[in-house]
Design a protein around this ligand. Structure first.
Ligand SMILES: Nc1ncnc2c1ncn2[C@@H]1O[C@H](COP(=O)(O)OP(=O)(O)OP(=O)(O)O)[C@@H](O)[C@H]1O
Length: 305
């Protein structure tokens, strides 16, 4: 399968401000790629660079093997894009607006627009200015999906959507993948990305800090343990375990997170009487939050700003 997106050392600075630093990334045909990161991490910058809405200060990007800068018009035909700040003429009715956007695409069957609107519970006769934020977002989703593009680039697609519509959106993504379309979606929310993405990239302070399949990321996420000891807790031995964090004790119970395999823990426990042990499944959300902590460099940057 071909590479739909290929980025090499892609960088963007805004004056002295860091937007994106040396991003290397490949997304292959038919893949759903989840792009996660906190506010200001560089997600929208990446997406705007992909679409040639802004130009890089370093590195290169290819979509379908072609550079966005040279082939923007051709490439945009193959892409469905939902901007993070999707705006359309507020005076239009939803149906008119979508028919107009469809005509710019060279035409999309009305039945397709009606089907998507019905699934998302979007009223085609409503005026855009009268819509809530969530309903406006649905207009953005319909226009991104309606022409069944080879590549969907979605910036925070579920922003403002209620949980039921979020599920419909995830179904649309699964159907797109089943039809061989490629999806690149940014999000703040690990659970929604985890539900559909084949791979996840986490960006922080303009740098890619994690890139892997959901299954492998989960393998590396910390397990939480709660262990009740019959005798005194050997705090020093627990604290010395590699990969341990958040160690607290409450009477006979020790609680902690362990980011490595259980072997060293079992050796410590074998020297004591344990009356109960619970271990929770690795929590990706927790892993995600460890990546959300600002780096020291970013903290200093904020202090000096
Ligand atoms: N036009 C701009 N001028 C100056 N700085 C910018 C501009 N656009 C983005 N930045 C800066 O670049 C960094 C990355 O911003 P970006 O919008 O890509 O983040 P994001 O991950 O999409 O965040 P959010 O989740 O809040 O949308 C931030 O520090 C931001 O302040």
């Amino acid at each position: 399968m071909g590479d739909v997106i290929r980025l090499e050392k892609l960088s963007k600075t805004y004056g002295a401000r860091r937007g994106l630093v040396d991003l290397d990334l490949t997304v292959t045909e038919g893949e759903v790629f989840g792009y996660l990161g906190p506010n200001g991490a560089g997600k929208s910058t990446t997406i705007r660079l992909l679409l040639d809405l802004i130009r890089p200060t370093g590195g290169r990007a290819w979509l379908f093997g072609r550079e966005p800068r040279e082939h923007a018009v051709d490439l945009h035909r193959r892409i469905g894009y939902l901007a993070g700040d999707f705006v359309v003429d507020p005076r239009q009715r939803v149906g008119e607006c979508l028919t107009f956007l469809a005509s710019l695409r060279g035409g999309v069957a009305n039945a397709r627009i009606e089907e998507l609107a019905a699934r998302l519970d979007l009223d085609l006769s409503a005026r855009i200015k009268a819509l809530s934020k969530g309903n406006r977002q649905k207009v953005g989703l319909v226009q991104a999906f309606m022409h069944q593009p080879d590549l969907l680039i979605l910036d925070e697609p579920t922003s403002g959507l209620d949980p039921l519509v979020q599920q419909t959106f995830l179904d649309l993504v699964r159907e797109a993948r089943a039809a061989g379309q490629t999806v690149f979606m940014s999000s703040h929310i690990m659970t929604e990305v985890e539900a559909v993405a084949d791979r996840i990239g986490i960006v922080r302070d303009g740098r890619l800090v994690a890139l892997d399949t959901v299954a492998r990321l989960r393998d590396h996420a910390a397990h939480r343990f709660a262990i009740t000891f019959a005798g005194p807790i050997d705090h020093a031995a627990l604290a010395a375990l590699p990969g341990i964090s958040d160690l607290t004790t409450d009477g006979p119970v020790a609680r902690f997170a362990l980011a490595t395999g259980p072997d060293a823990l079992i050796q410590v426990l074998a020297r004591h009487r344990v009356t109960s042990l619970t271990a929770s499944a690795p929590d990706l959300e927790e892993l995600f939050f460890t990546y959300y902590q600002p780096t020291q460099a970013a903290a200093q940057e904020t202090t000096h700003a």
